[in-house]
Design a protein. Structure first.
Length: 277
Protein backbone atom coordinates (compact mmCIF):
# COMPACT_ATOMS: atom_id res chain seq x y z
CA UNK A 1 0.00 0.00 0.00
CA UNK A 2 2.42 2.65 -1.21
CA UNK A 3 2.42 6.33 -0.39
CA UNK A 4 3.60 8.95 -2.85
CA UNK A 5 5.51 11.51 -0.80
CA UNK A 6 7.23 14.50 -2.33
CA UNK A 7 10.42 12.78 -3.46
CA UNK A 8 12.76 15.75 -3.39
CA UNK A 9 16.36 14.87 -2.69
CA UNK A 10 17.07 18.42 -1.63
CA UNK A 11 14.33 18.43 1.02
CA UNK A 12 15.53 18.33 4.63
CA UNK A 13 12.24 16.69 5.63
CA UNK A 14 11.77 12.99 6.25
CA UNK A 15 9.15 11.05 4.32
CA UNK A 16 6.81 11.27 7.33
CA UNK A 17 7.27 15.03 7.59
CA UNK A 18 6.65 15.47 3.87
CA UNK A 19 3.38 13.54 4.18
CA UNK A 20 2.42 15.54 7.28
CA UNK A 21 3.15 18.88 5.63
CA UNK A 22 1.18 18.01 2.50
CA UNK A 23 -1.78 16.23 4.04
CA UNK A 24 -2.20 17.85 7.48
CA UNK A 25 -0.66 21.35 7.54
CA UNK A 26 -2.34 22.30 10.84
CA UNK A 27 -0.83 19.45 12.80
CA UNK A 28 2.44 19.88 10.89
CA UNK A 29 2.66 23.50 12.04
CA UNK A 30 1.95 22.55 15.66
CA UNK A 31 4.55 19.77 15.46
CA UNK A 32 7.22 22.28 14.43
CA UNK A 33 6.77 23.91 17.83
CA UNK A 34 7.56 20.70 19.73
CA UNK A 35 10.91 19.87 21.33
CA UNK A 36 13.33 18.53 18.73
CA UNK A 37 13.54 15.17 20.52
CA UNK A 38 9.91 14.30 19.73
CA UNK A 39 9.34 16.27 16.53
CA UNK A 40 10.05 13.40 14.17
CA UNK A 41 7.89 11.01 16.20
CA UNK A 42 5.09 13.57 15.91
CA UNK A 43 5.53 13.66 12.14
CA UNK A 44 5.30 9.86 12.01
CA UNK A 45 2.14 9.97 14.12
CA UNK A 46 0.53 12.62 11.88
CA UNK A 47 1.39 10.66 8.73
CA UNK A 48 -0.01 7.48 10.29
CA UNK A 49 -3.26 9.28 11.09
CA UNK A 50 -3.42 10.45 7.49
CA UNK A 51 -3.06 6.87 6.26
CA UNK A 52 -5.86 5.76 8.59
CA UNK A 53 -8.10 8.52 7.26
CA UNK A 54 -7.34 7.61 3.65
CA UNK A 55 -8.98 4.24 4.30
CA UNK A 56 -12.41 5.87 4.60
CA UNK A 57 -12.15 8.37 1.71
CA UNK A 58 -13.08 6.36 -1.35
CA UNK A 59 -16.77 6.51 -2.30
CA UNK A 60 -16.15 4.53 -5.50
CA UNK A 61 -14.68 1.64 -3.54
CA UNK A 62 -17.50 1.86 -1.00
CA UNK A 63 -20.08 1.72 -3.77
CA UNK A 64 -18.60 -1.58 -4.99
CA UNK A 65 -17.65 -3.34 -1.75
CA UNK A 66 -19.20 -1.35 1.10
CA UNK A 67 -16.82 -0.74 4.01
CA UNK A 68 -14.80 -3.91 3.39
CA UNK A 69 -11.98 -2.32 1.36
CA UNK A 70 -11.40 0.30 4.03
CA UNK A 71 -11.56 -2.24 6.83
CA UNK A 72 -8.93 -4.39 5.08
CA UNK A 73 -6.62 -1.40 4.76
CA UNK A 74 -7.08 -0.53 8.43
CA UNK A 75 -6.38 -4.13 9.44
CA UNK A 76 -3.13 -3.95 7.46
CA UNK A 77 -2.06 -0.92 9.52
CA UNK A 78 -3.18 -2.63 12.72
CA UNK A 79 -0.77 -5.44 11.92
CA UNK A 80 2.08 -2.95 11.44
CA UNK A 81 1.33 -1.32 14.81
CA UNK A 82 1.43 -4.78 16.38
CA UNK A 83 4.83 -5.48 14.78
CA UNK A 84 4.12 -7.20 11.45
CA UNK A 85 6.95 -6.73 8.91
CA UNK A 86 4.78 -5.16 6.21
CA UNK A 87 6.67 -2.78 3.93
CA UNK A 88 5.77 0.91 3.75
CA UNK A 89 7.64 4.21 4.02
CA UNK A 90 6.12 4.76 7.46
CA UNK A 91 6.31 1.22 8.75
CA UNK A 92 9.85 1.25 10.15
CA UNK A 93 9.63 4.63 11.93
CA UNK A 94 6.22 3.68 13.31
CA UNK A 95 7.47 0.33 14.63
CA UNK A 96 10.54 2.01 16.09
CA UNK A 97 8.45 4.63 17.89
CA UNK A 98 6.28 1.88 19.37
CA UNK A 99 9.27 -0.26 20.36
CA UNK A 100 10.94 2.71 22.07
CA UNK A 101 7.80 3.43 24.10
CA UNK A 102 7.31 6.88 22.60
CA UNK A 103 4.03 5.99 20.90
CA UNK A 104 1.55 3.85 22.86
CA UNK A 105 -0.01 0.92 21.03
CA UNK A 106 -3.43 1.48 22.59
CA UNK A 107 -3.69 5.04 21.27
CA UNK A 108 -2.58 3.99 17.78
CA UNK A 109 -5.09 1.16 17.72
CA UNK A 110 -7.72 3.60 18.96
CA UNK A 111 -7.07 5.80 15.92
CA UNK A 112 -7.70 2.79 13.68
CA UNK A 113 -10.79 1.79 15.67
CA UNK A 114 -12.20 5.29 15.20
CA UNK A 115 -11.94 4.97 11.44
CA UNK A 116 -13.45 1.47 11.61
CA UNK A 117 -16.37 2.94 13.52
CA UNK A 118 -16.83 5.57 10.82
CA UNK A 119 -16.93 2.84 8.17
CA UNK A 120 -19.28 0.55 10.08
CA UNK A 121 -21.52 3.25 11.52
CA UNK A 122 -22.03 4.97 14.87
CA UNK A 123 -25.55 4.56 16.13
CA UNK A 124 -25.77 7.57 18.42
CA UNK A 125 -23.95 10.57 19.86
CA UNK A 126 -22.28 8.50 22.58
CA UNK A 127 -20.61 6.27 19.98
CA UNK A 128 -19.70 9.35 17.94
CA UNK A 129 -18.03 11.05 20.91
CA UNK A 130 -15.96 7.95 21.56
CA UNK A 131 -14.93 7.93 17.89
CA UNK A 132 -13.81 11.57 18.11
CA UNK A 133 -11.83 10.94 21.31
CA UNK A 134 -10.10 7.92 19.79
CA UNK A 135 -9.53 9.37 16.33
CA UNK A 136 -8.53 13.04 16.30
CA UNK A 137 -8.32 12.81 20.08
CA UNK A 138 -6.10 9.76 19.90
CA UNK A 139 -3.49 11.71 17.93
CA UNK A 140 -3.22 14.29 20.71
CA UNK A 141 -3.26 11.61 23.42
CA UNK A 142 -0.40 9.75 21.72
CA UNK A 143 1.50 13.01 21.33
CA UNK A 144 1.08 13.83 25.03
CA UNK A 145 2.45 10.36 25.82
CA UNK A 146 5.45 11.00 23.55
CA UNK A 147 6.07 14.21 25.48
CA UNK A 148 6.25 12.21 28.69
CA UNK A 149 2.72 12.66 30.06
CA UNK A 150 1.44 9.74 32.13
CA UNK A 151 -1.27 11.40 34.25
CA UNK A 152 -4.64 9.97 33.17
CA UNK A 153 -6.57 13.21 33.61
CA UNK A 154 -4.08 15.16 31.50
CA UNK A 155 -4.03 12.46 28.83
CA UNK A 156 -7.83 12.60 28.73
CA UNK A 157 -7.70 16.41 28.43
CA UNK A 158 -5.24 16.10 25.55
CA UNK A 159 -7.60 13.67 23.82
CA UNK A 160 -10.46 16.15 24.30
CA UNK A 161 -8.34 18.93 22.76
CA UNK A 162 -7.68 16.73 19.75
CA UNK A 163 -11.38 15.96 19.50
CA UNK A 164 -12.14 19.70 19.53
CA UNK A 165 -9.94 20.03 16.46
CA UNK A 166 -11.70 17.10 14.80
CA UNK A 167 -15.13 18.58 15.49
CA UNK A 168 -13.98 22.03 14.40
CA UNK A 169 -12.75 20.50 11.15
CA UNK A 170 -16.20 19.02 10.51
CA UNK A 171 -17.81 22.40 11.17
CA UNK A 172 -15.34 24.13 8.86
CA UNK A 173 -15.43 21.63 5.99
CA UNK A 174 -18.65 19.61 6.41
CA UNK A 175 -19.94 19.86 2.79
CA UNK A 176 -16.49 18.94 1.48
CA UNK A 177 -16.14 16.02 3.91
CA UNK A 178 -19.53 14.69 2.83
CA UNK A 179 -18.69 15.14 -0.86
CA UNK A 180 -15.50 13.12 -0.36
CA UNK A 181 -17.61 10.12 0.60
CA UNK A 182 -17.20 10.19 4.37
CA UNK A 183 -19.94 9.81 6.95
CA UNK A 184 -18.36 10.90 10.25
CA UNK A 185 -21.76 11.49 11.87
CA UNK A 186 -24.06 9.46 14.12
CA UNK A 187 -26.39 7.25 12.10
CA UNK A 188 -29.33 8.66 14.04
CA UNK A 189 -28.50 12.17 12.78
CA UNK A 190 -27.98 11.03 9.18
CA UNK A 191 -31.30 9.18 9.16
CA UNK A 192 -33.17 12.02 10.88
CA UNK A 193 -32.12 14.24 7.98
CA UNK A 194 -33.46 11.89 5.31
CA UNK A 195 -30.17 10.25 4.26
CA UNK A 196 -28.58 6.83 4.58
CA UNK A 197 -24.94 5.91 5.12
CA UNK A 198 -25.50 2.91 2.83
CA UNK A 199 -25.36 5.32 -0.10
CA UNK A 200 -22.22 7.46 -0.21
CA UNK A 201 -21.66 10.29 -0.62
CA UNK A 202 -24.50 11.30 1.66
CA UNK A 203 -27.28 13.35 0.11
CA UNK A 204 -27.97 16.18 2.54
CA UNK A 205 -29.73 19.40 1.53
CA UNK A 206 -28.76 22.84 2.82
CA UNK A 207 -31.31 22.71 5.62
CA UNK A 208 -29.94 19.40 6.88
CA UNK A 209 -26.37 20.68 6.72
CA UNK A 210 -27.32 23.76 8.77
CA UNK A 211 -29.06 21.61 11.39
CA UNK A 212 -26.06 19.28 11.65
CA UNK A 213 -23.72 22.27 11.82
CA UNK A 214 -25.57 23.52 14.91
CA UNK A 215 -25.40 20.13 16.61
CA UNK A 216 -21.67 19.82 15.91
CA UNK A 217 -20.98 23.24 17.38
CA UNK A 218 -22.81 22.28 20.57
CA UNK A 219 -20.80 19.08 20.85
CA UNK A 220 -17.60 20.98 20.16
CA UNK A 221 -18.30 23.49 22.93
CA UNK A 222 -18.84 20.70 25.43
CA UNK A 223 -15.66 18.96 24.31
CA UNK A 224 -13.73 22.23 24.64
CA UNK A 225 -14.87 22.50 28.27
CA UNK A 226 -13.43 19.02 28.87
CA UNK A 227 -10.17 19.98 27.21
CA UNK A 228 -9.78 23.15 29.30
CA UNK A 229 -10.72 21.54 32.62
CA UNK A 230 -7.17 20.22 33.17
CA UNK A 231 -4.06 22.25 32.44
CA UNK A 232 -1.27 20.46 30.53
CA UNK A 233 1.74 19.30 32.49
CA UNK A 234 4.93 21.34 32.34
CA UNK A 235 6.43 21.32 28.86
CA UNK A 236 3.53 19.33 27.39
CA UNK A 237 1.32 22.08 26.03
CA UNK A 238 2.39 21.02 22.54
CA UNK A 239 -0.03 18.10 22.77
CA UNK A 240 -3.05 20.41 22.97
CA UNK A 241 -2.07 23.25 20.64
CA UNK A 242 -4.15 21.78 17.84
CA UNK A 243 -7.23 22.41 20.00
CA UNK A 244 -6.65 26.16 19.59
CA UNK A 245 -7.41 25.86 15.88
CA UNK A 246 -10.44 23.68 16.57
CA UNK A 247 -11.83 26.21 19.03
CA UNK A 248 -11.41 28.98 16.45
CA UNK A 249 -13.15 26.89 13.81
CA UNK A 250 -16.14 26.38 16.11
CA UNK A 251 -16.62 30.15 16.25
CA UNK A 252 -16.53 30.64 12.47
CA UNK A 253 -19.00 30.05 9.65
CA UNK A 254 -18.58 26.90 7.60
CA UNK A 255 -15.91 27.58 4.94
CA UNK A 256 -14.99 24.41 3.01
CA UNK A 257 -11.41 24.46 1.79
CA UNK A 258 -10.65 27.94 3.19
CA UNK A 259 -6.95 28.42 4.00
CA UNK A 260 -5.61 29.27 7.41
CA UNK A 261 -4.70 32.87 8.15
CA UNK A 262 -1.96 34.53 10.14
CA UNK A 263 -4.35 34.97 13.07
CA UNK A 264 -4.65 31.19 13.46
CA UNK A 265 -0.90 30.73 13.72
CA UNK A 266 -0.53 33.63 16.13
CA UNK A 267 -3.24 32.11 18.34
CA UNK A 268 -1.31 28.82 18.46
CA UNK A 269 1.91 30.65 19.34
CA UNK A 270 0.11 32.58 22.09
CA UNK A 271 -1.25 29.35 23.60
CA UNK A 272 2.24 27.87 23.56
CA UNK A 273 3.61 30.95 25.33
CA UNK A 274 0.98 30.87 28.09
CA UNK A 275 1.26 27.09 28.52
CA UNK A 276 -2.40 26.17 28.09
CA UNK A 277 -5.20 25.85 25.56
Amino acid sequence: MPVSPDHNNASPLSVAAQIARRSDPDRFFCALLLPAAVREVAMTLIAFHHEATRAVVNPQSHALAGPMAGLIRLQWWREIVEGAPHRHELADPLRQAVASGLLPVDALLGILEAREAELEGMGDWEAWRLMMLRGAGGVSRALAHALGERDTNRLDAAAAAGAVYGIGGLVRHLPLVIANGRSPLPDSVVEANGASRDSLPLRLDDGALRAIDGLLREEGARMLDRACATRPGSGRVGAVLIGVLGARDLRRPCAPGAPRGLGDRLAVLAARARGRL
